[in-house]
Design a protein around this ligand. Sequence first.
Ligand SMILES: [Cu+2]
Length: 284
Amino acid sequence: MRIHVYERLWLVASMILIVAFIATVTYGTVGLGITMVDDREETLSPGDIDEDERFEDPRIEQVGENEFEAYVVAMTFLFQPDPIEVPANSEVTFYVTSRDVIHSFTVVGTNTNTMVIPGEVSVMTVEFDEPGEYGIICNEYCGVGHHDMEAELIVVEEDEFDLTELSVDAPDTVEPDAEIELTATVSNGLIDDLEATVTVEIGDETFQEDVTVGGDESEDVSITVDADDLGEGDHDWTVTVDDYEETGTVSVASDTDENDDGSENGEDTTDENDASSTVEDRLS
Ligand SMILES: [Cu+2]
């Protein structure tokens, strides 16, 4: 059978087109790593996020030598935690859910992008090679503040990354003849040991203690000062561990105060309640 030359050309061209179409669809489905938000992770009730152990405390966790997990909650109109800090040369698996309506978790300038659906958990594993800063935005219209819904993803140098937390327990007010006990708790969220120096400054005195905090553990460092040595009045204290600092003030009551409000019935006015900060301040 003889086929006309033009007809043969059109046949070949349409064959090539069909193969190209199939290749494009296959690449888009498999090659780009695009997957559906499915039920791989256990679903949750959006109203019970605060009771779900994965999301009650949005955070970064170390799970292997260079492997981390990030638990992120999206809500109108923010992401928690913000900023999200991860080390360079790491592999981070993000678990993202929504507290209210449909959002997205989109890392600008990368192919990290997922829809975030209330009740579902979106999972993505991302490799971070170089330090850098990225914006995180929501690209699903979620309400009047949608355009403000943004957060930051910071990839820091490997040796600058830590998951250290510092909290301090100290009295607000003490009697002139009492002792002031100040306890600093250093938590280490990394797998490797943390070697750190705890520095406590109170009045004119400075105390230093080296601590080794094991992986995923915490250590307490306590110091005791005689209120007599400080004298009556307000005294500021500062506790520093690496880049973290906590500050507060302890008041040593005057003898007159004691006569005014405590001495008659022998009531102890020492206030042991810890009203000091437990929020971590990062200095850098
Ligand atoms: Cu939005």
